[in-house]
Design a protein around this ligand. Structure first.
Ligand code: AHR
Length: 500
């Protein structure tokens, strides 16, 4: 059976916010140390940043980069991470049972963003686990106030004359999770988030604030948490956060391939909850969604790894190696975000380097692209513009977790110059999927490119020994005639079809 949909310029979802292509750098494992920062590396620049990694970060096309955590932020003392490096204290990081040297800190993070380029934007989290309102506004003053106060002058004395201009702030991290240092009930968190937001807005009313939503749709307090937190913070924040990670459990690859079914329902349920609170408050304001942690993560392997640690510095942690199957699921998660670009206006791929990351490095050695690198880089490059409404008529398959799921998952983005890119995943592990798209109203006449990520071996991956084993290739036979696109999607494939 053929999968079909129609594209019409009159039916759109929303303009894609560039922040949808954000990522995340946490002080966790080797994301920072020997990831982005390795002063002894042959490619290191004068700031100790790995140039080979910077090149790949630019190629990946990330925008907002969330920092410094994650669970790490709930024990973060920002003062430790500024000033002369030799005077910075070493601390226990309770979240990951490691030792934090603070050799890389706030100033180094801002320097890193500048080197990535103008598209990179800071997204800073404050600690609402072990700390509160006072420390959040002190950090804001240190970072953003021009000069003439103790904390802003301290920044200047540390060599950062210009304020950092951080607009986007997360009010804590996963505060609903019992694993979080300083974990809170929804009432407790709602109050501290509201008071922190109020104080931060007293310094600068234009800051954009993200309140913590649930750390997953399966949390027992999901939806009630969002409703209670927003009841306290609705007028004070701009976003509520969502986090979701997927992995194949019990060998159930078919359900894993349909992970975006869960992601889309999560988004729609959070939108419904936000709008319910807005309706109760008789507010015209809409809360947007910051999907600030998402990825494929073999999380079930992590707990044992972490509990075995005896406070090492920058150990190998969460270094998942991604297969072609993982990349197809990952691409489908990107499609889910794009399909909801009307309300998801910030999203961060967790994380950027080494830790469940699209970029891997070897200390002193090379850096390489994981399979997941390609869907992200292509979506960031060609997924800019207006998302068109895509309603697929697709053959389906049975999954244990989600029941009947479409074999085709797709979206399309129309750029400012009128060109259109279709992003599509075929979830079938065995069958190619014929695709037909009716697009007569768009004035398109040719197929510029049909790029595919698929492999005869669905477990193929890129490694230190074979870093280019998996790369996208060109598909044959894709045609556009008389306002009708026809293509065949290889089994288990991520597809980018560019039309002009
Ligand atoms: O991204 C890894 C961890 O996942 C983050 O520290 C935490 O917020 C989430 O549970």
């Amino acid at each position: 059976r053929t999968a079909r949909f129609t594209l019409d310029p009159a039916f759109t979802v929303a303009e894609v916010n560039p922040r949808l292509f954000g990522s995340f750098v946490e002080h966790l494992g080797r994301c920072v140390y020997t990831g982005v920062f390795e002063p002894d590396h042959p490619t290191a620049d004068d700031a100790g940043l790995r140039r080979d990694v910077l090149d790949l970060v630019r190629e990946l096309g990330v925008t907002a980069i969330r920092y410094p955590g994650g669970n790490f932020v709930s024990g973060y003392k920002w003062e430790d991470s500024v000033g002369p490096v030799e005077q910075r204290p070493r601390r226990l990081d309770l979240a990951w049972r490691t030792t934090e040297s603070n050799r890389f800190g706030l100033s180094e993070y801002i320097a890193f963003l500048k080197k990535v380029g103008p598209q990179a934007e800071p997204m800073m989290a404050v600690n609402l686990g072990t700390r509160g309102v006072a420390e959040a506004i002190e950090l804001q003053e240190y970072a953003n106030h021009p000069s003439g106060t103790e904390l802003s002058d301290l920044r200047v004395s540390h060599g950062d004359k210009d304020p950092f201009g951080i607009k986007l702030w997360c009010l804590g991290n996963e505060m609903d999770g019992p694993w979080q240092t300083g974990h809170k009930t929804a009432e407790e968190y709602g109050r501290i988030a509201a008071e922190t937001a109020r104080a931060m807005r007293q310094i600068d009313p234009s800051v954009e604030l993200v309140a913590c939503g649930s750390s997953g749709q399966s949390m027992p307090t999901f939806a009630e948490w969002e409703a209670k937190v927003l009841a306290e913070t609705y007028d004070l924040v701009d976003y509520i956060s969502l986090h979701a990670y997927y992995e194949p459990l019990d060998g159930d690859v078919d359900s894993f391939l349909a992970s975006a079914v869960d992601m889309e329902s999560f988004i729609e349920n959070v939108v419904a909850t936000c709008d319910h609170v807005g309706a109760r408050l008789k507010s015209k304001k809409k809360i947007n969604l910051s999907f600030d942690e998402w990825n494929v993560w073999y999380m079930s392997r992590t707990e044992a790894q972490v509990s075995a640690l005896d406070w090492p510095e920058a150990p190998r942690l969460l270094e998942d190696s991604y297969s072609v199957t993982d990349a197809v699921v990952f691409g489908s998660l990107l499609i889910a975000l794009l399909r909801h670009a009307d309300r998801v206006t910030v999203a961060c791929l967790a994380q950027l380097v080494n830790v469940i990351a699209p970029i891997m490095t070897e200390p002193g050695g090379p850096a390489w692209r994981q399979t997941t690198f390609f869907p992200f880089a292509q979506a960031s490059k060609y997924g800019r513009g207006e998302v068109l409404d895509v309603r697929v008529d697709s053959p389906t398959y049975e999954t244990k977790k989600y029941g009947e799921a479409d074999l085709l998952h797709a979206t399309a983005v129309r750029a400012g110059d009128g060109t259109v890119t279709v992003f599509a995943v075929n979830r079938s592990r065995t069958e190619a999927l014929p695709l037909e798209v009716a697009l007569s109203g768009l004035g398109l006449t040719s197929v510029v490119e049909h790029s595919v990520l698929a492999d005869a071996d669905p477990d193929a991956r890129n490694t230190l020994a074979d870093p280019e084993r998996v790369v996208p290739h060109a598909a044959g036979g894709t045609a556009l005639e008389g306002g009708r696109l026809t293509a065949v999607l290889e089994p288990l494939s991520w597809n980018v079809i560019r039309l002009a």
